[in-house]
Design a protein around this ligand. Structure first.
Ligand SMILES: N[C@@H](CCC[C@H](N)C(=O)O)C(=O)O
Length: 312
């Protein structure tokens, strides 16, 4: 039996609130659990994410105070800091622990270290609740602390926030594995964005739109723990398009860490060390990847769609 129930005292039957949101149509159910009372198991996450029997989402995000989350945040020293002070770039060595943790689960219930689109929607939820201060703050993730900047707030309900996230440095490895898709075997670059990615550039005679991503492309060898797989087409100067098969989900309309991985690989393929931004188109929109001295950045929209109560 799935479990997303709070540890309840007798007679406490308050419904569990949730918010539904998306970033470039990569969609999430966010569940506030400030005091860390929610027991959210893999079956519950899969049931909530189910697009017919549940609410439907690519992932479920628990909004929990880091101090009570039971999650150790790499690179932080355990002391609490609600603001951005003490944080130089992302994943800072020995930085104070951010107040709020993005506890991310894929639609199949598996835990992932990081979600770039999820961080933006998480930030929009904190901002709407008045918990983001001036709009420059730090969020904890399993991949480390991530700096968030609210660039734009929505003018009207249903409009998007625009949010930039520090994504850490990103680490790219020359191909040691291949991706096979639509009968073609291509070299794959491993990119570590806190979570694992395998990025392949399509040859000119293979259209991004023609790929069959209803099944997972074969990754050989498959890394222990799996990987998100991105297929990339060139579009123009500092401009590429991608599709993604996400670990723990399947094909999604967008992946923020995937777009950062693709930006890093595309700049590498182009021999571009100018530090200028790259545009990465995804089926659900467009994202901007930046290169700062110590880290990459991801900028794009975050939309809050609905608030409700869980009855399942
Ligand atoms: N969609 C996310 C990535 C979510 C986690 C991923 N499926 C994994 O298992 O690593 C993003 O926007 O980055």
């Amino acid at each position: 039996m799935s479990n997303h129930r709070r540890e309840q005292s007798e007679g406490d039957a308050a419904p569990q609130r949730f918010t539904k949101g998306h970033g470039t149509r990569n969609d999430f159910v966010l569940i506030p659990d400030p005091e860390g009372r929610l027991a959210l198991d893999a079956d519950a996450v899969a049931a909530i994410s189910d697009r017919r029997g549940g609410i439907g989402a690519d992932g479920v995000i628990r909004i929990v105070r880091t101090a009570v989350s039971g999650v150790e945040v790499p690179g932080t020293d355990g002391a609490e800091s609600p603001g951005a002070e003490g944080v130089e770039g992302a994943d800072p060595e020995g930085a104070a622990q951010p107040e709020w943790l993005m506890d991310y689960r894929n639609a199949d219930g598996s835990i992932a270290e990081m979600c770039g689109n999820g961080v933006r929607v998480f930030a929009a939820c904190l901002d709407r609740a008045g918990l983001a201060g001036s709009g420059d703050f730090v969020i904890a993730t399993r991949a480390g602390a991530r700096r968030v900047e609210i660039l734009e707030r929505p003018a009207a309900a249903g409009d998007a926030w625009q949010v930039r996230v520090g994504m850490g440095p990103g680490r790219l490895t020359e191909p040691e594995r291949t991706v096979t898709i639509t009968g073609r075997t291509l070299p794959a670059w491993d990119v570590d964005m806190g979570n694992p990615h395998a990025v392949a550039l399509l040859p000119d005679d293979l259209e991004l739109e023609d790929l069959d991503l209803t099944v997972q492309p074969a990754l050989d060898p498959m890394p222990e723990g799996g990987a998100n797989i991105e297929l990339v087409a060139r579009r123009g100067e500092r401009h590429v398009a991608m599709r993604v098969f996400e670990r723990g989900v399947g094909e999604t309309q967008s992946c923020g860490t995937g777009a950062a991985a693709v930006g890093l690989a595309a700049a590498h393929w182009a021999g571009d060390d100018s530090g200028q931004e790259w545009r990465v188109d995804v089926p659900g929109g467009s994202l901007v990847i930046g290169f700062r001295e110590s880290e990459m950045t991801l900028a794009g929209p975050a939309v809050i769609v609905a608030d409700g109560s869980l009855a399942i």
